[in-house]
Write a protein that binds this ligand. Structure first.
Ligand code: F6R
Length: 613
């Protein structure tokens, strides 16, 4: 949800800001803008993509000093007001310019108050109230730290703010609350950003300021510096180091990040599971995780694709370990006064570790004394920092808005957890547990690679789906859990209306939507339900529907005769096959959107990191 970047140092800031915005564009792409702080403080901002802003800068817009060595920039995911030039950030006054990621919830009241003081607002945004509020305080007390701290006390909501003041041309001030912000200093400059990919070309070492601290980036002294000021004075933070590299955050010859990341799923699964295996058995090295078998039940809380990985996890855990599991949408969980119990730990799943609803659910659980564990891809993220126990998925940076390789790592981690709980509970022998662990850690990555090798068949089917108005996904059990994710991915990036239904539920209403040629993607990897799936597929075809089947050698004989087209997965194992099935659905969604000419990596209206509620 919006990306911010700032730099002050020895180099011209413009190219650094523009490259940083490109690395953060996945967070929102409705408009982009920069404030350049040099001899003057100038703001240039444009609705639309970063290239539009670049053109304005190249044309010498507003006399912008392109050699300025300090500045801040923003790429927007619109919340308050349409994507227009006026609503784009930075929001500036004569004294300062400000960029914001998040939502100011009391902006209307602040706006009225500031209007009474004579301020004239130029945009519909909540952010402009924050800019003018700081301005009004700074006008009275020209101390940036005091002004931002006083303003923050008045701001309700979530934010990461970065501010440059016209009378302090080499400094940037920042503060965060419930929104991500990282900072770094090198010999060449001090940096701030919403996320790691923007810093990767400059450094792998960074700091994560705590909430409500004022961060000061300064290039005035001998060396560029980053300093942190809490209510009690100056603070220090341990340095965090990321093991990602720049190449991982680049397209590497692919047309889209999404296609590159689909290909990185198998290696991500290997990297995720291998460190969690000791003597052939799952070993998490965390008391909470290694003692899960003693718990009565478990709750999984997450959003979107991560929640779908949780659904798959529920099926694995319940089937194998006989532990009751509930899966909750994070945004619902916290507002329905959930009944919590200390013998029911909460497991949070999040790629970014910054999803506002997931973070809020974690805080609610912790406030109630509930043990929490998190599966996150971004180490050092807010969820990772606040959960009692943390397991890392090693998918590497995921840039495409549509989450794919993260899903593969999350679902495979859930499968390993299921094996671990079943073993802890004595429901499977050492030998069986070792066999299943090896299947996940060794065989699954290879099976995912073999699945990707079926790409030509997926492209063929994608061409067919690309002309559809509606696509339905059906499955039973884990295949229904996979279908839900397949349907989400297709609608998200191709804008084709798609819905998943439990195959047995179709005839209770939805089948009325099946008419001549309507595609139905049937996922059938479970031999126990293959004959039932076959009946459901027949029902679809009897109404003229086109059945695209994704099956395994174990189900093929039963279901293939009831399909119009069939992709056979390379793996039949009940835990491995559904994960391969979802990868197939992800690939089909990708190619459908690509054939349709959609902006695959940046689908309309979406942003990758959802840091607002
Ligand atoms: C869909 C997608 C989203 C995310 C969701 C949670 O492709 O990417 O549904 O899965 O916003 O995000 P994280 O995992 O970062 O908490």
């Amino acid at each position: 949800m919006c990306g911010i970047i700032g730099y002050t140092g020895t180099k011209p800031v413009c190219p650094i800001l523009i490259d940083g915005l490109r690395a953060l564009e996945y967070r929102g792409y409705d408009s982009a803008g920069v404030a350049l702080s040099g001899k003057t403080l100038t703001t240039v901002k444009r609705a639309g993509r970063i290239s539009v802003l670049e053109e304005a800068l190249a044309a010498g817009e507003a006399g912008a000093d392109l050699q300025a060595p300090c500045g801040i920039a923003h790429t927007r995911w619109a919340t308050h007001g349409a994507p227009t030039d006026a609503n784009a950030h930075p929001h500036a006054t004569d004294r300062l310019a400000l960029v914001h990621n998040g939502i100011i919830e009391n902006d209307r009241a602040l706006r009225r108050e500031l209007e009474e003081k004579g301020y004239v607002f130029n945009s519909e945004t909540d952010t402009e109230a924050a800019a003018k509020l700081i301005d009004s305080i700074y006008a009275e007390t020209p101390d940036p730290i005091a002004a931002i701290r006083a303003a923050a006390k008045r701001l309700e909501g979530a934010y990461a703010l970065a501010v440059v003041f016209a009378d302090r041309p080499k400094q940037i001030y920042a503060i965060r609350r419930d929104n991500p912000l990282i900072v770094a200093a090198t010999a060449e400059g001090a940096f701030l950003a919403s996320d790691i990919p923007a810093l990767l070309p400059h450094t792998k070492d960074y700091y994560r300021p705590d909430e409500n601290e004022i961060v000061v980036l300064d290039a005035e002294g001998e060396a560029p510096s980053v300093r942190f000021f809490g209510a009690e004075g100056e603070l220090t933070h341990p340095v965090c180091t990321v093991n990602w590299n720049v190449e991982q955050a680049e397209k590497g010859g692919y047309d889209h990040f999404m296609r590159k990341e689909l290909g990185e799923g198998p290696e991500g699964v290997r990297r995720t599971l291998t460190p969690l295996v000791r003597d052939g058995l799952p070993a998490f090295g965390l008391p909470l995780m290694d003692g899960l078998g003693k718990m009565r039940s478990m709750r999984i809380v997450a959003c979107g694709t991560a929640m779908h990985a949780g659904l798959m996890g529920r099926a694995f855990i319940e089937r194998l370990a006989r532990m009751p599991v509930t899966v909750e949408i994070a945004s619902e969980f916290r507002y329905r006064n959930p009944i919590l119990s200390p013998d029911e730990p909460i497991l949070l799943l999040s790629q970014s570790g910054e999803t506002a609803d997931t973070l809020a659910a974690l805080r609610l659980a912790r406030a109630n004394g509930i043990p929490t564990a998190a599966i996150v891809n971004v180490i050092g993220s807010s969820v990772a920092r606040e959960a009692d126990a943390v397991l890392a998925t090693h998918a590497g940076p995921e840039i495409a808005v549509a989450s794919t390789k993260a899903y593969a790592t999350q679902a495979s981690m859930m499968a390993l957890i299921a094996v671990a709980i079943a073993h802890q509970r004595g429901l499977i022998t050492d030998e069986k547990a070792k066999e299943m662990t090896a299947a996940l850690a060794d065989r699954l990555p290879a099976a995912l690679e073999e699945t990707i090798a079926l790409e030509e068949q997926m492209i063929e089917q994608a061409k067919r789906l690309s002309s559809a108005e509606h696509v339905f996904y059906i499955g039973r059990g884990t295949d229904y859990d996979g279908s839900v994710e397949g349907a989400l991915k297709l609608k998200e990036i191709s804008y084709i209306h798609s819905e998943a239904y439990a195959a047995g539920e179709l005839k209770h209403g939805t089948i009325s939507l099946i008419t001549d040629g309507v595609p139905v993607v049937a996922l059938s990897t479970d031999a126990n339900t293959a004959s039932k799936m076959a009946s459901n597929m027949r029902e679809v075809r009897a109404r003229g529907g086109y059945v695209l089947l994704i099956c395994t050698e174990a189900t093929r004989a039963e279901v293939e005769p009831c399909s119009d087209a069939c992709i056979v997965l390379p793996e039949s194992d009940p835990m491995l096959a559904p994960i391969c099935g979802v990868l197939t659905e992800h690939m089909i969604a990708y190619h459908t959107a690509r054939v349709m000419g959609c902006d695959v990596d940046k689908p309309r209206n979406l942003a990758k990191s959802v840091t607002v509620e």
